[in-house]
Write a new protein. Structure first.
Length: 140
């Protein structure tokens, strides 16, 4: 006595394709968009240090993928982009070594503002691309 289920192998193959969707390319594409937004924000107040904003690392852990976008010593030396870091957190202007100078905070949290401005669009783009990959895997 036996039971035969027709089409189960096709279903298993489709589920296998869906579970192995490569998200690395999708995430790297979105990281390029995020990099552009961060650079454009930095261009408004930085001379040349905005050129050192880039995708740093792509790390894949199982089915998860992570990309660091921003400033890192691996991409450029600290002296080349330290102005962007100081503008992110603010600093005391000690230009001529006088005490009582002003605290510079006009561009404070510029990096956070840039990332928050693209967050919704990036999430939507990731969702749409993964959705299309799932549909493609299900049909194929």
């Amino acid at each position: 006595m036996s039971v035969s289920i027709k089409g189960i192998d096709k279903l298993i193959n489709k589920l296998n394709k869906i579970s192995n969707i490569a998200t690395k390319e999708i995430i790297e594409d979105i990281a390029t968009d995020v990099e552009g937004v961060i650079r454009n924000k930095a261009k408004t107040f930085a001379d040349t240090s905005y050129m050192y904003i880039s995708k740093c690392d792509t790390r894949v852990y199982g089915l998860s993928c992570y990309v660091d976008v921003g400033l890192k010593n691996d991409n450029a030396e600290w002296d080349l982009w330290k102005g962007l870091w100081f503008h992110q957190w603010g600093y005391w202007n000690k230009g001529l070594n006088f005490s009582g100078q002003y605290y510079i905070s006009m561009h404070q949290l510029w990096f956070n503002d840039a990332v928050n401005s693209i967050e919704g669009a990036a999430k939507k783009k990731i969702k749409d691309k993964v959705k299309s990959e799932i549909q493609l895997a299900w049909k194929g």
